[in-house]
Write a protein that binds this ligand. Sequence first.
Ligand code: ADP
Length: 275
Amino acid sequence: MPDASRAPLERASGRLEVRNVSKSFVVNGAPVEALRDMSLDVAAGEFVVLLGPSGCGKSTLLRLIAGLDRDFRGTISQDGEAIAGTSLERGIVFQEPRLFPWATVAQNIALGLKNAPLSERAKRESIAAHISLVGLDGFAEAYPHQLSGGMAQRVAIARGLVNRPRLLLLDEPFGALDALTRARLQLELQRIWAHEKVTMILVTHDVDEAVLLGDRVLVLAPRPGRISHVFKVGAARPRARSDDDLIRIRNELLRALGDDEAGAGSEAAVPGNPA
Ligand code: ADP
């Protein structure tokens, strides 16, 4: 386990502004509104969760914030500057760890530093510090096939953080893990966030994960993709799943998701009905 008394890595947390963002795809000749007129603010150091069923635009929004897709209407800015492409200021972690099988843990994390303006020594120190941060001391020279799914995802988190980004974007990072590993990594992510103070935006469709981790949970609804509810989770940290507050908010969230689903049914019956 990493030393909790260790000083956080030098890092500043970023602020995000999403203003009136709309994004459509053409599927079989017909437009699909993945996002309609979406606006949100994320404060520096905040942990925001985007929660919703499949197809409500969560990954699309995260890709736009990452700068992976520039084809949209509206504006997205980080710390007052419009996002114009991918940047070392934003780390990203996907559902699959996306590790190179021919590279060790340390080399995989080093790939995240490829374009960083750092000396070789500073890079080595940063890699070692991040291996420790994610609880993988002793595994620097291991290869991906020697790691469990949870360990591989820890490497992906270290790679996402190694550039000291101001923002870490996580797209269902624990979606492919078994329930016990997922539960353990959720607590690990809570610890890393509290320790490092990096702003995090996490996409999930897991209600328990959302209330455990989020300062705020934004519920998205589909067709068109939009924010339908916002829940503030004020529970003290570190949180445990059994906290009364979390159980209460979890139930409210489930109700909100149920309402959205019921609404979507009637919407489908009236094509083109605005939300
Ligand atoms: P979520 O992450 O909430 O599951 P997505 O952002 O993946 O939702 O998708 C939102 C909507 O946009 C869905 O209807 C999906 O089919 C559509 N969509 C997403 N990406 C593409 C794409 N590359 N081409 C066409 N349609 C897409």
